[in-house]
Design a protein around this ligand. Structure first.
Ligand code: DAH
Length: 353
């Protein structure tokens, strides 16, 4: 055995060589396979660092201690460095793969039929256009409504039997999913000064079981005018114009006496059958009656006006409300309301023209 000092220097040189080799190997590293190979080559059981460790065994103690420490440190550094690189490489590979998959998704989408506007959306757009054409403004109201707007403001106090008819889903005391679009009347009347000429369209909710003509969720359109000298004749004129524009031809309107708490007098409104004009006893639309009931209407009750701080001596108005599903079912001859909500392609496809 030679001089321990020479030996120590020689070994230190070897340690430095290993460091150099490691740096060179890193410069060539391209993927996880390379990384595994490098790990085995340097710190694996037969790696360069381990072999150096083994060669210390027969040497004097002070050399073993000093070099052992350096070698352990080197082993730890290499191991840490490789772990970090491994994590980075893994993330890069994952990112690449995700990018490729995302590209695939957008490239391969090809609808198998021409997409279409949902029939309810279509009829709502049409209704808005018709009423805007008649000078109405479109206003939106909330679906989660306060009890006051849904009932009391509309002349339906808490002990009124008509509340049953408009019972809905209560979210907590004082708040419910609105059972009709009429509360929008009260919202407009209490926040603005007349005259008004407004329509409002949107979802409503009722405690109804599903059947071909009922749904717990449906849509309505509400219309109302408040101005000086408004009469029933104005109501009839607007409704005749609406019926002609939506159903085609020149439509007649029949007003049948009825009752609503928020109008006085009130009417059910029927239009003459746009398909057979009352001539076909087997008509699928009017069932041979010649008339189709489509909406409720009336002159706004004086209590509704005065509740909102509007003088019924000075102002009068009319209001009407109708189910949008009903209009669409008549116009497109759809016989089951549930078809609107089931998203069946064979149904929706028919509206893609
Ligand atoms: N809100 C009524 C309903 O849901 C419909 C209605 C009837 C609205 C008469 C009106 C009206 O504005 O005047 O059954």
């Amino acid at each position: 055995m030679g001089d321990p000092k020479d030996l120590r220097d020689q070994l230190m040189e070897k340690v430095n060589e290993v460091k150099e080799h490691f740096k060179e190997a890193l410069a060539e590293l391209k993927n996880l396979e390379d990384l595994k190979r490098i790990r085995a080559r340097f710190i694996g059981p037969k790696g360069e660092v381990s072999e150096l460790m083994k060669s210390l065994k027969t040497l004097p103690k002070e050399i073993v201690r000093e070099l052992g420490r350096s070698l352990n440190q080197l082993k730890e550094e290499i191991s840490k460095h490789l772990s970090e690189l491994e994590k980075k490489l893994g993330e890069e590979i994952l990112r690449k793969r995700l990018l490729e998959e995302r590209k695939d998704l957008s490239v391969r989408y090809k609808p198998t039929y021409t997409p279409s506007i949902h029939p309810l959306t279509r009829i709502m757009r049409e209704l808005k256009e018709v009423f805007m054409g008649l000078g109405f403004e479109v206003v939106e109201g909330p679906e989660l409504e306060e009890e006051y707007y849904n009932f009391d403001g509309l002349n339906i106090p808490s002990d009124h039997p008509a509340r049953d008819m408009w019972d809905s889903f209560w979210v907590r005391p004082g708040y419910l999913l609105r059972s009709h679009t009429s509360p929008v009347q009260v919202r407009v009347m209490t926040t603005r000064k007349p005259p008004f000429k407004v329509v409002s369209l949107g979802k409503c909710y009722r405690r109804d079981d599903l059947d071909p003509t009922h749904s717990f969720q449906f849509h309505q359109i509400e219309g109302f005018i408040v101005d000086k000298g408004i009469t029933f004749a104005h109501l009839k004129g607007v409704l005749m114009e609406f019926a002609s524009r939506v159903f085609g031809g020149k439509r007649k309107v029949k007003l049948i006496p009825s009752y609503f708490p928020f109008t006085e007098p009130s009417a059910e409104v029927a239009i003459d059958c746009f398909r057979c004009g009352g001539k076909d006893p087997h008509c699928p639309i009017c069932k041979g009656e010649g008339w189709i009931e489509v909406l409720g209407a009336g002159m706004i009750h004086p209590n509704v006006l005065s509740n909102a701080g509007i003088s019924p001596q000075e102002w009068t108005g009319f209001a009407f409300g109708m189910g949008i599903e009903r209009i669409a079912m008549l116009k497109y001859q759809i016989d089951d309301i549930r078809l609107f909500y089931e998203n069946r392609l064979d149904f929706l496809k028919q509206f893609s023209a």
